[in-house]
Ligand binder design. Structure first.
Ligand code: ADP
Ligand code: MG
Length: 237
């Protein structure tokens, strides 16, 4: 079903999802697409399903029905190991709580996704090596060289967030997913963080989908959508 002329990186069609064992929350996504290079912000209040949508998109959870196509691959037809591999290769994911390895050095955190993503590793090798690419990203994100070997837990929240961005971007995955990445930062730091994120996403020519309950930064995005225009809540039984 892939049509090269439109360059959709993501298509969801007739998707239905309920959390196993959880009554009262079910979602339906009739049609949703995202184009190559798009910078999309999805807005919705807490509990509206933003993180659930991102989990579906990245193949972390599987819908009960429907089709989720990423870069031309129907990800729910992949077995779970193949889906994990697909996610590692093609998605850079910035979680709300960053999920860094606290005792790991900053560099180890940034290099980690490459262990599961040979194509991303190869891209870093073409760019001069994984180590130098990790240093380049960290420096571009404003983390000085002397911090690169520190344990991640010794960094401030804002600095840890930059490590999470470098980890998502290393090896230039096609799609960057960011789940409320600014929620722990004050306004000034949010702006700095987004400046850096956008410039690095542009450098990698990636597509960006960010979800948030906060519309403050909407004007930076090429497309802004309300979550409830994309997903319908259904009472699941
Ligand atoms: P948001 O990210 O917009 O705050 P979520 O997608 O996290 O919303 O949550 C939407 C609904 O799905 C909520 O009712 C929440 O309790 C439920 N939910 C989220 N994650 C899980 C999970 N792992 N198991 C069961 N229910 C979940
Ligand atoms: Mg959430």
């Amino acid at each position: 079903m892939n049509n090269d002329t439109t360059k959709d990186v993501v298509r969801m069609h007739n998707v239905r999802f309920t959390w196993p064992g959880k009554r009262g929350f079910g979602i339906r996504i009739d049609d949703f697409a995202m184009q190559q290079g798009e910078r999309l912000l999805l807005l919705g209040p807490s509990g509206s399903g933003k993180s659930t949508l991102l989990s579906l998109l990245a193949g972390i959870v599987t819908p009960q029905a429907g089709c989720i196509e990423v870069l031309g691959t129907d990800i729910n037809r992949l077995g779970s190991a193949a889906r994990d591999h697909f996610r590692a290769e093609h998605f850079g994911i910035i979680f709300q709580m960053f999920n860094l390895l606290p005792y790991g050095a900053v560099m180890d955190n940034v290099l980690l996704p490459l262990s599961f993503a040979p194509k991303r590793r190869q891209r870093t090798e073409q760019a001069g090596g994984a180590q130098s690419e990790a240093h380049r990203l960290l420096n571009a994100l404003g983390l000085n060289q002397e911090l690169h070997d520190s344990p991640a837990s010794q960094l401030s929240v804002g600095q840890q967030q930059r490590v999470a961005v470098a980890r998502a971007l290393i090896g230039a995955p096609e799609i960057i997913i960011a789940d409320e990445p600014t929620s722990a930062l004050d306004r000034d730091r949010q702006n700095t963080f987004l400046d850096l994120l956008f410039s690095q996403v542009g450098h990698a020519d990636a597509s960006l989908i960010m979800v948030s309950h906060d519309e403050t930064h909407a004007s930076r995005f090429g497309r802004v959508a309300e979550l409830n225009d994309i997903i319908r809540l259904e009472a699941a039984s």
